[in-house]
Design a protein around this ligand. Structure first.
Ligand code: 3IO
Length: 341
């Protein structure tokens, strides 16, 4: 009985696999998936989750070979590398290539996104609605944004006064935030940040707080200042030819996973930020500051021009900036009502 049952399941899996792959004889189709940061960090955690889901849902017809830590493509050549076919799939941060992603960098604006979940769903819906040309050369497989960014530093930053002239690592919109607040942004991808902190080239960074644990920044940065102004947007993209070559059954599995994967990543990250900060406070003695109401108001005043500058870039790209910005705020409110602030 047991053997018969097992054999039956095996046959069923093979039939499903063959149906999805379109060919029984070819063996699994192997796809390479490149990522820039180390394996334990959130872009790679979501990559492994996607791999597991794909391998399960295609019943082994598709095998995903993952390359964390920049072993196949790095932070800055991820998008071009995937377009050129050096990897089938890649995970990129839009903030690392200023000017290349006009629409989706709306997530970098200082409008106080409340969570990675909300920001990721806003990003997904905006992309789906406007289908911007910035991703025309690739197939988009997931879109997500980090939890809101905050200051992590070696020195206490209790208010805007302490930020003046302070060298902090960031990228893209986060670098603009620092500049407008009087800090000195040092722009580099996250993957280069551990070394910069180690060598004391920077006094801290502006990013989402799960990195305190995942990169052990809490061992160096004993202070966190809550700002929650904006986020870093990410995309998982696939080479067009690789996509076009997939059997229809596999395409369907990938398509059905897109929004789900984006939401999963947001929810994973929000939970992980909490874990990271619990660990940072309890195990690492990290101290957390909030800005005074006066400083928050002053900061928002200084950051406001970022919105007009973004609109100008988006209009230049031929997109309706005012409508997109309005839709972003509307979606943000809708998802905050659904998922909480
Ligand atoms: C990030 C990038 C790689 C690994 C973990 C991360 N957490 C937040 C980010 C956002 C980001 O790209 C950045 O540069 O702060």
């Amino acid at each position: 009985m047991k053997i018969a049952k097992f054999f039956g399941m095996f046959v069923a899996a093979c039939v499903l696999g063959a149906a999805v792959a379109g060919s029984a004889a070819a063996g699994p189709l192997t796809l390479s998936y490149a990522n820039f940061p180390p394996a334990p960090t959130f872009p790679c955690v979501q990559m492994e989750r996607w791999k597991a889901e794909v391998e399960k849902r295609t019943a082994g017809a598709v095998e995903v070979q993952t390359y964390p830590g920049g072993t196949l493509l790095g932070a800055k050549n991820m998008f071009d590398g995937v377009k050129q076919g050096m990897a089938d799939i890649g995970c990129l941060c839009m903030s690392y290539q200023p000017g290349v992603f006009p629409l989706t960098t709306v997530l970098e604006l200082p409008v106080n996104f409340t969570s990675s979940t909300v920001a990721s769903m806003v990003l997904w819906d905006l992309w789906e609605k406007y289908q911007p040309k910035e991703f025309a050369g690739v197939k988009v497989l997931a879109l997500f944004a980090t939890a809101p960014t905050n200051v992590m530093s070696r020195v206490p930053v209790k208010g805007l006064a302490d930020l003046q002239g302070l060298e902090l690592r960031a990228s893209g919109g986060a670098s603009k935030v620092l500049e407008r607040l009087g800090a000195v942004p040092v722009s580099m991808p996250m993957s280069e940040t551990p070394e910069a902190l180690q060598k004391n080239l920077v006094k801290g960074l502006l990013s989402s707080l799960e990195v305190m644990k995942d990169f052990k920044y809490a061992e160096t940065c004993k202070y966190v200042t809550m700002t929650n102004f904006q986020t870093y947007p990410f995309a998982v993209v696939m080479n067009r030819d690789s996509w076009n070559g997939l059997p229809d059954g596999v395409k369907k599995v990938f398509d059905e996973l897109r929004r789900e994967q984006s939401l999963w990543t947001g929810q994973y990250m929000d939970a992980h930020v909490k874990e990271s900060m619990d660990w940072s406070r309890k195990e690492q003695g990290v101290e957390v500051f909030s800005l005074s109401d006066a400083d928050l108001a002053a900061a928002h005043g200084k950051l406001e021009p970022m919105i007009a500058a973004w609109k100008e870039r988006v209009n230049k790209a031929g997109l309706p900036a005012d409508a997109i910005y309005g839709a972003a705020l509307e979606l943000k409110a809708r998802y905050e009502a659904q998922y909480g602030k």
